[in-house]
Write a protein that binds this ligand. Sequence first.
Ligand SMILES: NC(=O)c1ccc[n+]([C@@H]2O[C@H](COP(=O)([O-])OP(=O)(O)OC[C@H]3O[C@@H](n4cnc5c(N)ncnc54)[C@H](OP(=O)(O)O)[C@@H]3O)[C@@H](O)[C@H]2O)c1
Length: 280
Amino acid sequence: MQRRPFGPSRVPLPVLGQGTWNLELDDRPSAIAALRRGLDLGLTHVDTAELYGDGAVETLLGEALAGRRDEVYLVSKVLPSNASRAGTLRACEASLRRLKTDRLDLYLLHWPGSHPLAETVAAFEQLVASGKILAWGVSNFDVDELDALRAVSDDGRITCNQVLYHLEERAIEHAVIPWCEARGVSVVAYSPFGSGQFPAARSRGGRVLAEVAARHGATPRAVALAFLLRRPSVFAIPKAGDVRHVEDNARAGDLTLTDDDLRRLDEAFPLGAPRPLPMI
Ligand SMILES: NC(=O)c1ccc[n+]([C@@H]2O[C@H](COP(=O)([O-])OP(=O)(O)OC[C@H]3O[C@@H](n4cnc5c(N)ncnc54)[C@H](OP(=O)(O)O)[C@@H]3O)[C@@H](O)[C@H]2O)c1
């Protein structure tokens, strides 16, 4: 599993992590086995949120990560409706309790909301000072929102922007990725398989994915992940509740595509015109 520097602190993290949205709907023992297998394979960046299953996913993770907390780079998110100064502190305490841990490695604002960003940032910095979180960042921030965030935070404090990014939705390549790269902010690609909308095998894109995959002895999913990871600022967090899927995805962590592969994928999944940041 390749690792690369993450955020301004440049802590080395695996290029692939594990998403957990809807994990509470999967068969519980299988979901826990899949997560733990992922850790064995180096997928140690684990992404969750108070939103997921209304806390049920954090509770599940508290069980799944028992005895293995120190292997994990654990990320959770505060809902915008909770992101006042006091609300952020309360939400973090509740997440820590459900996760059965004393600290988060990273805490994110889930998407821009109506509480002033300065309040959320002040709460994040208070949580850092007390050791309850080690770093903070945001999710679903477009460039104007990133500029507003930068205006209320000190340089080098924004660790990442977690955003929608998959082969059929490359909007962040226009402005969000360049903004982040210029400031040492990592980009975390969520829904890297389109959240259940992976290109069909019979589609043009599906055929190109299969051809590239065959050349590398890999799967189309692994090729899709490797395409997103071609830029050193990007990390990805696929969700897999099935242990075979986790094993398949982990192989993408060592797959490097050739310039010809990248050109063919770029043609099959065109970037499109600049547009506002999409989110799901
Ligand atoms: N910040 C945000 O606003 C935001 C929004 C959306 C998502 N996220 C984060 O990003 C994570 C990933 O996104 P996502 O859950 O939307 O979707 P995703 O990772 O794009 O796709 C997940 C789906 O792909 C399947 N899958 C995974 N690996 C596979 C493989 N190797 N072969 C075949 N199928 C495979 C999974 O099936 P199984 O589960 O059956 O294995 C699941 O149905 C989330 O879980 C969450 O942590 C964040």
